[in-house]
Ligand binder design. Structure first.
Ligand SMILES: Cc1cc2nc3c(=O)[nH]c(=O)nc-3n(C[C@H](O)[C@H](O)[C@H](O)COP(=O)(O)OP(=O)(O)OC[C@H]3O[C@@H](n4cnc5c(N)ncnc54)[C@H](O)[C@@H]3O)c2cc1C
Length: 400
């Protein structure tokens, strides 16, 4: 979150995506009065389409767990489904699917991590930090694919301190001591009971419906003209927040426009038969050096078998990609894929798919924090402010 709200006063929320709804949940819990305005659709990017074969998610398909997310699920009193554990993960490499980690690599890394020192600066990219440890090949074929699965961006485009904020103003004697403090950091907020990640019977829409139900009496029609009242929280994407503030706060609006987004397409489908190459696996990632628009494929029915009794796959692509282009790519990249085996499919695409966690976003957020210091009662909240996942947004609401 960027900015602050005035304690105990009515809060005006713009946007009822996951950010606006989870903020509403927290305000209700704290007994703070609030109103939510939504321009298009409650839930924002998140929605589940029910087909004759099972659910298809438009955006998020899972809520990653930690102590905050676990507490949130319990407060919501919503039934949830645990993800399957011990699923294989594959990396596509020159027509073969390879397991990302092997014994030889682990041994090499362990040795290097113990003796090499990471040199972290304010401007370092994730690649700057990990290239000396992993080397070019493993940055391109292991680290970048893993990151593109979450951020839709490669290691070279991601700002190190944005992803690992605990490392700010700290130095490490070796990579090993960095990994030790990363583990400690993760343990601090680790979930106690619910491990891994969860979905919900009926998909992510069930979570949205439950949140919607909880705050429905606080949702009012969007006023025709925007008036900046004290205690306004803008829970839209950065470009939409910029549009809202264009006339009332032009300097802040211009800053918000600097935050870059990656367009993303998601093609989900059910197949008549399971893909043998992705059996018992979470899915596969395709290193971007092979020039594919596909970032990764999630084998939804392996991750949440109780939600998907048929064979469901989600293909996440960079850019606004056409169905035909994705099908063509699948034919060449996924052993066993045949378009004729598709029972039903659905394509969703967003220009503002995910915010890019690059150095520019980091500097812009810092500048916005400064600009809002003398404007209590104005706040920005969304997946561009502090963390890209739903879990991270829950964590941010808990700081209120
Ligand atoms: C393909 C894909 C897969 C993903 N998978 C996962 C996952 O598995 N797990 C995970 O944790 N995250 C995942 N994410 C990320 C997650 O879905 C998003 O971060 C999250 O849904 C964004 O929520 P938000 O509320 O910030 O924004 P949005 O969902 O974009 O909501 C913003 C809302 O503001 C409204 N709005 C805009 N302008 C105005 C205005 N002027 N007045 C009022 N309202 C306005 C919009 O209509 C919208 O409803 C995924 C994202 C994508 C694209």
């Amino acid at each position: 979150m960027i900015g602050s709200i005035i304690p105990h006063q009515h809060v005006y929320i713009y946007g009822a995506g996951f950010a606006g709804l989870s903020l509403g949940h927290q305000l209700k819990k704290l007994g703070i009065p609030f109103t939510i305005y939504e321009k298009e659709k409650v839930g924002g990017k998140i929605s589940t389409r029910m087909t004759a074969f099972g659910p298809i998610e438009a955006a998020a398909s899972t809520l990653y767990m930690n102590a905050h997310a676990e507490e949130f699920i319990k407060e919501m009193e919503i039934p949830y489904l645990n993800s399957e554990k011990k699923l294989k993960r594959w990396i596509w490499r020159k027509e073969k699917l390879l397991s990302p980690l092997n014994f030889k690599l682990a041994l090499k890394l362990l040795f290097k991590a113990a003796i090499r020192v990471p040199s972290i600066t304010e401007n370092s990219s994730v690649e700057d930090i990990f290239l000396p440890l992993l080397g070019r090949r493993y940055v391109d074929e292991l680290l970048s694919p893993a990151l593109q699965g979450i951020h839709a961006a490669e290691a070279r485009d991601l700002h190190f301190l944005s992803l690992f904020p605990f490392a700010q103003n700290r130095s490490y004697a070796s990579y090993f001591s960095f990994f030790k403090s990363l583990k400690k950091e993760m343990k601090k907020h680790a979930a106690v009971g619910i491990k891994g990640s969860v979905s919900f019977p009926g998909g992510m829409q069930s979570l949205i419906n439950k949140l919607h139900e909880e705050v429905s009496s606080h949702i009012e029609p969007l006023p025709e003209t925007f008036v900046l009242r004290p205690n306004t929280v803008i829970c839209t994407s950065a470009p939409d927040a910029a549009k809202l503030l264009e006339k009332v706060l032009p300097e802040i609006s211009l800053k918000l426009k600097e935050i870059e987004y990656r367009p993303i397409s998601n093609l989900s489908f059910y197949l008549k038969e399971e893909l043998p190459s992705l059996k018992k696996s979470f899915g596969m990632l395709i290193p971007q050096k092979y020039g594919s628009p596909i970032l990764g494929i999630i084998h939804q029915s392996a991750v949440f078998p109780s939600n998907y009794s048929n064979h469901c796959y989600s293909v996440i692509c960079k850019g606004i990609t056409s169905e035909d282009e994705i099908f063509q790519e699948l034919k060449t990249k996924v052993p066993g894929f045949q378009k004729d085996n598709i029972l039903v499919h659905s394509l969703t695409a967003w220009k503002t798919g995910l915010p890019l966690y690059d150095e520019k976003r980091f500097q812009t957020v810092e500048k916005l924090k400064q600009l809002l210091k003398d404007k209590p009662g104005l706040m920005f909240f969304g997946n561009y402010t502090e963390g890209i996942s739903l879990r991270s947004m829950i964590e941010q609401t808990r700081k209120l």
